[in-house]
Design a protein around this ligand. Structure first.
Ligand code: SAM
Length: 283
């Protein structure tokens, strides 16, 4: 196994600090330094940026990011038991690792990272991973505060992010991510690589902002996709009735068939629907 620094092996760190994994915090630790280094490399050049990491745990990926040359890592960890282990990493890389104890869902990442170029890299806890991704891809300001996301999810979530129309995985996440981002799954990671092993395969996803997404009002797109995929088996003229009594008219005006179902509509179609909806609201 790769030796990336002179800190103790992660297994010893976990034992020394009594970090028995908690299911409630989505703790599946990645101890293979070849894999953590591969994820860090996938994030791109780190020398000139601040890396925001959510859930460093005992610090496997954190160490890989620092060893890969990250200028600065800011890591948000909810589990206070991990802080002493992370303090050892901080001491090893003076001035380059800042650990914030807290819930990443409640911390404003923009205020935390300042003006530097920001890359986000994380092995996300499964219970909050999707919500964090949605928060990052639906920031009101676009281009966003981050220049790349390199994230590990359950593979099923990775597939939902990069799904194409007419597939089972295609839904709201694919529309929002596909509208605003480029990229997708880079590689899979077997459950065996984790301690304890999760039940399912994981996937590393890499996304960068689409700097010229089709012009569209974010709130309208969120409403339209929520209504359309909330009842994905229904035809649009029925599923969008929760938003407007003139659903059939709305769909027709957007140039789509009122009998189509959400999963048949591509991203450009949803953008058209959202813009038509927004224009009708403004009248
Ligand atoms: N990065 C480590 C690794 O790759 O081995 C740990 C990854 S583990 C899947 C997820 C980590 O996120 C855990 O350390 C857990 O305590 C932390 N966590 C869970 N919920 C969190 C939240 N809401 N905010 C910040 N950290 C959280």
């Amino acid at each position: 196994m790769a030796q990336i620094d002179d800190l103790p092996p992660l297994r010893d760190v976990i034992a020394a600090h009594g970090l028995n994994a908690k299911k409630s915090l989505g703790q599946n630790f990645l101890l293979d330094l070849n894999l953590t280094s591969r994820i860090a490399r996938s994030a791109g050049s780190l020398e000139d940026c601040t890396v925001l990491e959510v859930g460093p745990g005992p610090g496997g990926l954190t160490r890989a990011l620092l060893a890969a040359g990250a200028k600065r890592v800011i890591a948000i960890e909810k589990d206070s038991r991990c802080l002493p282990a992370l303090a050892e990493i901080s001491a090893h890389y003076p001035g380059r690792l800042e650990v914030i104890e807290g819930d990443a869902l409640e911390i404003d990442p923009v205020a935390l990272t300042g003006r530097d170029k920001v890359r986000i890299a994380a092995n996300l806890p499964y219970n909050v991973g999707t919500q964090l991704l949605i928060n990052w891809i639906t920031t009101p300001q676009w281009p966003p505060f981050w220049s790349s996301l390199t994230l590990m999810f359950q593979k099923e979530v990775g597939e939902r992010i990069s799904a194409s129309p007419a597939s089972k995985a295609y839904g709201r996440l694919a529309v929002l991510a596909g509208w605003r981002c480029k990229g997708g799954i880079l590689f899979d990671i077997s459950p065996k690589a984790f301690t304890p092993p999760p039940k399912v395969t994981s996937a590393v996803v890499h996304l960068t902002p689409n700097l010229s997404p089709l012009p569209c009002d974010l709130k309208a797109l969120e409403k339209i996709t929520a209504a359309a995929f909330g009842q994905r088996r229904k035809m649009l003229r029925a599923s969008l009735r929760s938003l407007t009594p003139d659903a059939e008219d709305l769909v027709t005006k957007a140039g789509l068939k009122p009998t189509a179902r959400a999963e048949e509509i591509d991203i450009a179609g949803f953008v058209e629907l959202a813009n038509t909806f927004r224009a009708a609201q403004a009248v």
